[in-house]
Design a protein around this ligand. Structure first.
Ligand SMILES: Nc1ncnc2c1ncn2[C@@H]1O[C@H](COP(=O)(O)OP(=O)(O)OP(=O)(O)O)[C@@H](O)[C@H]1O
Ligand SMILES: [Mg+2]
Length: 366
């Protein structure tokens, strides 16, 4: 979809970026972000996420194309006039200022009166439950507390749009999860638009309204978390989000979205054709480990069943993860709940496993 006119609060319209005048690190980006949306840019290192955020913030200029905010082209608007709040992993607080002074800074820049500043600072500190820390300096705070102050500073001037680039990258797992929750509830309560950058897929899945998966300067797929997880559009997304089995094969028959795939060991299976063009094409059939059942007799008709040889079973507490040999593939994984009376699987054991052909997605071979 190519955004036109005022269809989004934030619009990237055919945006390209090159730093050296040769390689494009952002390639023809078209993205329309709704008002109040929580949109996450997710992707591997070097895929262009920060570059996109920097162009939106105004610290980098697009080599080609247009960026619009609330319907207005902002290509030539300097950063401080865009009214955007920012939290970056390395966008540190001013060390020589107290928490209160750090928060006052963006308000002073905007020429706000002292009384107005006071009430805004108190409100922003309350939002992140840091009111008591107003007179401390950053060095006297923990990492998580500093990150909260950075968040309060980004929100203190009531921006409509907040950009966050790996804001929780430096925090430990527990604090990270807590801050994810806080950021999400601030978003929900304030109705602000958030553009969030991470390479942590778990973080992206739990926080976002929609996720744009980046690779090599392009959006590979743009979708809500559940769609991205359940219906990856290509092998890159299937491999990047969660775990996926990939069975190589060749398209033998194609009828709309139904494909028959000849697997490496000669077996023929039904699959959903996703980005397949023609018969004869190589494909990777992707199947989520948790969509595979090892009691196919109990599954509905239409279930595809196939032989598997158990290689090993890893105990993970609430779930068990079994690695099998399936259709010539050595590292086929299935996951199942560790329930009472669960059948024990032993290495070397031959079993029948099954899946719904709709959960087998024939994708590009990479
Ligand atoms: N200031 C710069 N000058 C030259 N090249 C740059 C500059 N900033 C980034 N790049 C290059 O642009 C590409 C995209 O970088 P970017 O920082 O946008 O990636 P990213 O997706 O944010 O990665 P990460 O997850 O590691 O933060 C990379 O190849 C990077 O080396
Ligand atoms: Mg980055």
């Amino acid at each position: 979809m190519t955004p036109t006119g005022n269809d989004g609060f934030v619009v990237f319209d055919h945006v390209q970026k090159s730093y050296d005048g040769q390689t494009l690190v952002v390639k023809d980006l078209n993205l329309s972000i709704g008002k109040g949306e929580f949109l996450t840019m997710l992707g591997p290192s070097g895929s262009g996420k920060t570059t996109c955020l920097m162009m939106l913030a105004g610290f980098e200029t697009a080599t080609h194309g247009e960026i619009r905010l609330a319907g207005r082209n902002i290509n030539d608007v300097p950063p401080h006039k865009r009214g955007i709040g920012m939290v970056f992993q390395n966008y540190a607080l001013f060390p020589h200022m107290t928490v209160g002074e750090n928060l006052a800074f963006p308000l002073e820049v905007r020429g706000m009166s002292k009384a107005e500043r006071e009430s805004r600072i108190m409100r922003a500190l309350d939002m992140v439950q840091m009111g008591r820390f107003r007179n401390r300096r950053p060095a006297q705070l923990s990492g998580g507390q500093q990150q909260r102050i950075a968040l309060a500073r980004a929100l203190v001037f009531n921006p409509q749009l907040v950009l966050m680039d790996e804001p929780l990258g430096a925090l430990d797992k527990q604090l990270r999860e807590h801050m994810q929750y806080e950021i999400k509830s601030l978003h929900d309560n304030l109705g602000i638009t958030v553009v969030y950058v991470t390479h942590d897929q778990g973080e992206a899945l739990t926080m976002s309204d929609r996720i744009a998966v980046f690779n090599d300067g392009r959006i590979q797929q743009l979708a809500p978390p559940a769609v991205l997880y359940e219906k990856p559009e290509n092998s890159f997304v299937a491999g990047f989000i969660g775990e996926n089995n990939k069975l190589p094969g060749r398209i033998e028959k194609l009828d709309g979205t139904r494909a028959e795939v000849r697997l490496a060991n000669g077996e023929l299976i039904d699959a959903t054709a996703v980005n397949i063009r023609e018969v004869g094409q190589q494909t990777l059939v992707s199947i989520r480990p948790e969509r595979v059942e090892f009691k196919p007799d109990l599954m509905p008709t239409g279930t595809h069943t196939i032989d598997a040889e158990v290689r090993d079973v890893i105990y993970m507490g609430d779930i068990l993860r079994a690695r099998m040999k399936v259709a010539g593939s050595d590292d086929f994984v299935m996951k199942f709940r560790n329930t009472l009376g669960q059948t024990r699987l032993e290495p070397g054991q031959h079993i029948r496993i099954g899946w719904n052909p709709q959960d087998a997605r024939a994708l590009d071979p990479v």
